[in-house]
Ligand binder design. Structure first.
Ligand SMILES: [Zn+2]
Ligand SMILES: [Zn+2]
Length: 94
């Protein structure tokens, strides 16, 4: 089986949710990205206090960075600094 990633032209792009700010634990002030945290508890509090804490403040992102798109064909994540470069009709919200 040969993956067809190399032949993909990334025509079917899906706009991913904007990368919002990081999360900060209210107890130990660890900052962590929502992706890293998932639905889990604060790893720092758990390591130090063996307590599962779910209290987080949302920090605003100073620079949300480029918009992210995922190719539905091959699943690769693509960054575009200017979404204007992409034909609108190929985009839809996920
Ligand atoms: Zn692709
Ligand atoms: Zn914590």
């Amino acid at each position: 089986m040969t993956p067809e990633m190399t032949s993909c032209t990334h025509n079917t792009l899906v706009l991913l949710p904007e990368k919002k700010g990081r999360l900060q634990c209210r107890h130990c002030h660890l900052t962590i990205s929502p992706e890293e945290l998932g639905d889990s508890f604060c790893p720092e509090c758990y390591e130090i206090h063996s307590e599962k804490r779910y209290d987080f403040n949302k920090l605003d992102a100073e620079d949300p960075g480029p918009a992210r798109y995922r190719c539905e064909e091959c699943g690769v994540i693509i960054f575009y600094k200017s979404p204007m470069n992409i034909p609108r009709q190929t985009l839809r919200n996920d």
